[in-house]
Design a protein around this ligand. Structure first.
Ligand code: RTP
Ligand code: MG
Length: 142
């Protein structure tokens, strides 16, 4: 199996529900280790830049507005097949379609307020980790 890194964001809805620790526990119980983390309030420019790939989508303004509505917890996760593993733990984008026991099934309330973000491919993982963290801020756990 490949040791990978992925970018995870605990979105404003989950931060406000005070479940950062519950979500970190799911990562850790499933072989993912936090190798960098920061809590931050995203600016409009940061949210627009992070989600630039969705700029033409009808939900873009709502997404940027939601992501800037409160603090987020941003982390790089490392582990075997970390990208797919994190997506599996997150569940489907729409919490009503998310499998039971996934983060979104348990903590999300809508497609907008869906608790977590996770990179969807190696290229986006590299780009998204670099968006938030300098190389020197990553602490490999091996
Ligand atoms: P994410 O990027 O946040 O991990 O979520 P995802 O891959 O499951 O979903 P994606 O297609 O990348 O969309 C990014 C975020 O935009 C919001 N969205 N709203 N109203 C809608 O139809 C719609 N579709 C997507 C969601 O918050 C989604 O997480
Ligand atoms: Mg996505």
């Amino acid at each position: 199996m490949a040791l990978e890194r992925t970018l995870s964001i605990i979105k404003p809805d989950a931060v406000s529900k005070n479940v950062i620790g519950e979500i970190y526990a799911r990562f850790e119980k499933n072989g993912l280790s936090v190798v960098a983390a920061k809590m931050m309030q995203l600016s409009q420019e940061q949210a627009e830049g992070f989600y630039a790939e969705h700029k033409e989508r009808p939900f873009f303004n709502d997404l940027v507005s939601f992501m800037t509505s409160g603090p987020v917890m941003v982390q790089a996760l490392e582990g075997d097949n970390a990208i797919a593993k994190n997506r599996e733990l997150m569940g489907a984008t729409d919490p009503q379609k998310a499998d039971a026991g996934t983060i979104r099934a348990d903590y999300a309330t809508s497609v907008d307020a869906n608790a977590v973000h996770g990179s969807d491919a190696p290229e986006s993982a590299s780009r998204e980790i670099a968006f938030f963290f300098e190389d020197s801020e990553l602490c490999p756990r091996g």
